[in-house]
Design a protein around this ligand. Sequence first.
Ligand code: ADP
Ligand code: NA
Length: 344
Amino acid sequence: KPKPVIFSGIQPTGQPHLGNYLGAISNWVALQEQAHAAQETLLFSIVDLHAITLPQDPAKLRKERREMAITLLACGIDPEKCILFEQSRVSGHSELAWILNCMTPVSWLARMTQWKSKMNVTKGIETLDDVNATTGLQLGLFAYPVLMAADVLLYKATKIPVGEDQIQHLELARDISVTFNKTVKQRFFPPPRAIITETKRVMSLRDHTKKMSKSDPSDQTRINLVDSPDTILSKIKRATTDSIRGISYDREERPAVANLVEIYAAMKKVSVADVVQEHADSTNAVFKEALADVLITSLRPIQEEMSRLQKEDAFVQAVLDKGASRASEIAKPNLEEIQKLVGL
Ligand code: ADP
Ligand code: NA
């Protein structure tokens, strides 16, 4: 029985921030250690074909692809333990996406929520006429979930680490795999399954009801992984808190403080209870200084590694080249069989 293949992707757009780190990248690093110990194949892809489903400045995208590779390496992604590659460098993603496009009912895609949120039309879209009426909706953004299905199925991956927001896409990938298997009358694709990682959702330091996100450029409190110590301190100082004395953890009554406590615990790798015990009598100001200190100290080695890698262009390129060639080796026989099965 073949060992499970694990696939996960991250878009290279925008500045990586604390939410990306705690909610995605640090989980990848943990997963990498497990997969390596279990000798499972693990593919991490910088999904640049997904990035162009929204308009991109080519020079900026090129730079951000490189920066994402550097960020992942600096955060502990180890190319000896996983396959790190850029999606566009393995042509099978596009080739399989086309074949799957030809088997995917448009109505399935109309139900997906992501293109609606990207087009800011979350309500009132029920029918294909409504889809047609969505001004500016490009075919690529609409078909994005099919490319996601191709990403996973190209490697016959069965373990897919996803956040809650991606579960709908994974279900679609399963439906597409079932349709493919029926069409070719054999159980070719194993069903891809979600590994729901217990992700920490980092909320905005300004407004705890929103997640920290690069899609909100007006949020001046978002902590980017490259922020200097001064910037981190001033952002933490600006973070919303409340007027209750001392530091306690109560998601309902003190959501903004709870968010800060969670960040503190996650970055210092201690429990929430430990943080609360240590800071039970701290003022907000004292706690914020301590939090800034934890962030500065824990991000420093990552930042140092990022600046080192900035100067190691040939090394980074070699990692990505090797990753693309290893991914292609797995993809190639699968794609050849798929093409044969559909008569190509
Ligand atoms: P953004 O919302 O900043 O555009 P992305 O959508 O590119 O971030 O997300 C990249 C990864 O980081 C995804 O796995 C996503 O679930 C995770 N992520 C993004 N923001 C947060 C957050 N605030 N807390 C936890 N995880 C997050
Ligand atoms: Na996003």
